[in-house]
Write a protein that binds this ligand. Sequence first.
Ligand code: PNS
Length: 160
Amino acid sequence: MATALCPGSFDPPTNGHIDVIERASRYFDSVVVAVIANPSKEPLFSLEQRSDMLRDALTHVDNVEIASFDGLLVDFARDRDLGVVVKGLRAISDFEYELQMAQMNSNLSPGLDTMFMTAKPEWAFLSSSLVKEVARYGGSIDGLVPPGVAKALQGAFPTP
Ligand code: PNS
């Protein structure tokens, strides 16, 4: 059984994240989405909210599990016996950091591989940070995030 590990902050999940997870679920027998409990940047949404938003947006995908972790990704991967990390790449700017992380992870845990999936062009400009910024100032995030996430953002940044 090949299982893909899709880790991230998901603060909040965007349609770009959901697309990569959905596509990974077609290539792998199963996918474990690992939500980091305490990202380096203080999250807007709690771990429970971020996990629920992912669960909600992925109800139509049978072979996906939403899990969480704290500390090093390699430790989570080892505990769960997962050997392949799958991450989305939007641009060359992502690649530099992602490559560094992939190589550090492989150094910490030889045998842990990282595969990159290119973002679909329609989601390539999307990021959780930008979505939060647009929502904070009352801009439209229609079609950029799953409906549950749009609702949560409206709750976090109510329009006057
Ligand atoms: O959604 P993000 O912010 O791009 O996710 C980054 C994440 C959570 C996957 C990455 O920061 C991570 O794996 N953090 C766990 C700590 C860790 O293992 N650090 C060393 C990686 S080289």
